[in-house]
Design a protein around this ligand. Sequence first.
Ligand code: NHR
Ligand code: GAR
Length: 215
Amino acid sequence: MKNIVILISGRGSNMEALIAARDAGDLPVNIAAVISNRPDAKGLETAARAGIATRCLDHKAYAGRVAFDAALAECIDGFAPDLVVLAGFMRILSEGFVRRYDGRLVNIHPSLLPSFPGLHTHQRALDEGVRIHGCTVHFVTPALDHGPVIVQAAVPVLDDDTEDSLTARVLAQEHRVYPLAVRWFAEGRLRLEDGRVRLDAPTLADAVLVAPRLA
Ligand code: NHR
Ligand code: GAR
């Protein structure tokens, strides 16, 4: 069974979705550790309650990004993960760090990339007046939010949406597609090859799972 390490910065609801999928028998992975860059991340308590090893590396205690990333990599490598999963992790990672985990580092981003990279994606989608929004799971590359796309889920933007209502609609889809993408990796069917995403033997079941439920 493959080992994963999950990196968080806050609430950790995507992490919880991964734990729930594992507990339901839908995600054959060993969650070796959950690591946060923020001491006050709620997700650390949730992970500890689930019996998962937790670590916190406060980025403020390091001289800069490269020093923080080196300490983070050392901590991660202590758990020998096959895959590192960014789940609401809010620190930009240096090129050296990203290259070290080439093909073994994934992120979930709350927009349909390449639209709305960066932060505050839901408010920006509302401000643009787009009619379709969503989330993207991608392999992480040094260029922020520009890595090869693994899976996306779309939701409608409704006339009376607020930032909160749209955030909630997208988050529900994040909790469906992230466990699915990690499952593909765990099954050895998903990989990065020459900078392209390869998924072996996608099934109708996979496709149906990705189709969003309309709100
Ligand atoms: N690192 C690299 N090199 N490439 C990516 O694609 C990355 C990454 C690190 C994180 C997640 C990403 C997202 O899904 C992610 C993708 C943080 C910021 C950010 O601006 C932007 C995008 C993402 C994560 N962070 C600020 C910083 O200075 C801090 C913001 C804060 O602490 O609230 O690092 O959106
Ligand atoms: C999620 O919506 C995730 O896509 C987003 O933050 C939220 C984290 O929630 N990630 C980013 O914005 C990365 N910059 P969670 O902690 O409950 O999973």
